[in-house]
Design a protein around this ligand. Structure first.
Ligand code: CA
Length: 262
C-alpha cells in the first residue's frame, strides 16, 4: 500500500480510522472485563489476615492515650473472614502530642524479615468496615484514613504518608486497592529529623507501615475494623485478557488488509 494512494483517498482513511476507534473501544472493554473477572488474589510479600491467634497481632499496635502501645485488639471470629482487628477510635492518642490531630489506629514495625519495595510490590490491599454503633457513630471530624511508611533507626525518624485516602465501609466491608508510587508528589511528609527524602526511606530496610487519621478538626470517634492487609505485586494479566488482545490484533490485521486485496 503506497502512501500516495491513501492520500488521494480520504474516504478510505476515515473508514480505517473509524475501524481503529471501534477496535480500540472493544479492546478496552475486554481488558476492563478481564481485570474485573480476575479472581486470583494478589498474594504479596507481606500479608496479614488476622485469622490465627498465633498471628493475631504480629507486632501490630496502636497509639493509645495511655501511651503504653498495647496490642491491637484481635477478634478470633468474624471480620471479612476468620478473625480481624476492631479498634475503638476513642481510645487513640494523638501523636506527637495531645495537641496534635494526628492518630495511628494500627501499625506494625521493624519486621526484620523483609521490607516493602514498592518498585516491585506497589499494590496495597486492605478491607475496612465501619463498626460503630448508633450511639457513637463513626466521626473522623472531616479527616481521612491514610497509609504511611516510615522508620526509626535508633538515631532518628522519618515518616511519609501516601496522599490518597482509603475508603471506609458504611456497615459493609470495603476492599481498598491502592497502587503506591515512588513519586514524591504522591506522598506527604509526616516527620523527619534526619533530612531523609522519600527515596531514602523507600530504600531502607525494616520499615514501619500502618494507618493514619489526619486532616480532621477534632478527635476521631467510632469503631473501625481492619482485615486482610497485604502489599504485593500488581496481578498478572488474566489469560482472558491476553486472548482478547491477541484475537483483536488478528481481527484488526485482517480488516486492515482487506483494501489491499480489493
Ligand atoms: Ca481475617
Amino acid at each position: 500500500m503506497k502512501p500516495q494512494r491513501l492520500i488521494c483517498q480520504p474516504a478510505r482513511w476515515i473508514s480505517m480510522c473509524a475501524l481503529a476507534v471501534r477496535v480500540a473501544k472493544v479492546s478496552w472493554s475486554i481488558a476492563v472485563a478481564a481485570v474485573l473477572s480476575s479472581t486470583a488474589p494478589s498474594m504479596g510479600g507481606y500479608m496479614e489476615t488476622w485469622n490465627e491467634a498465633s498471628a493475631g497481632a504480629n507486632g501490630w499496635v496502636y497509639w493509645s492515650k495511655s501511651d503504653t502501645e498495647p496490642l491491637v485488639p484481635w477478634l478470633g471470629a468474624g471480620g471479612q473472614d476468620g478473625g480481624y482487628v476492631s479498634i475503638d477510635l476513642s481510645i487513640l492518642g494523638a501523636w506527637p502530642s495531645v495537641a496534635s490531630l494526628d492518630y495511628y489506629p494500627a501499625y506494625t514495625f521493624r519486621d526484620a524479615t523483609r521490607s516493602i519495595d514498592i518498585a516491585v510490590e506497589p499494590m496495597l490491599k486492605v478491607s475496612l468496615k465501619d463498626e460503630s454503633g448508633a450511639s457513637a457513630p463513626l466521626n473522623l471530624a472531616g479527616g481521612h484514613l491514610y497509609f504511611w511508611m516510615g522508620r526509626n533507626d535508633g538515631v532518628g525518624s522519618t515518616y511519609y504518608s501516601f496522599n490518597t485516602p482509603l475508603d471506609i465501609g458504611d456497615g459493609d466491608w470495603i476492599v481498598n486497592e491502592l497502587a503506591l508510587t515512588s513519586h514524591s508528589a504522591d506522598w506527604g511528609l509526616i516527620y523527619d529529623d534526619q533530612g531523609k527524602t522519600l527515596a531514602d526511606l523507600l530504600a531502607e530496610p525494616q520499615q514501619q507501615w500502618g494507618f493514619r487519621i489526619f486532616d480532621g478538626t477534632g478527635d476521631p470517634q467510632g469503631q473501625l475494623g481492619f482485615d486482610n492487609f497485604s502489599i504485593g505485586p500488581v496481578p498478572e494479566p488474566a489469560p482472558l485478557m491476553l486472548l482478547g488482545w491477541t484475537g483483536l490484533a488478528l481481527l484488526q490485521r485482517r480488516r486492515l488488509g482487506q483494501p489491499n486485496r480489493a
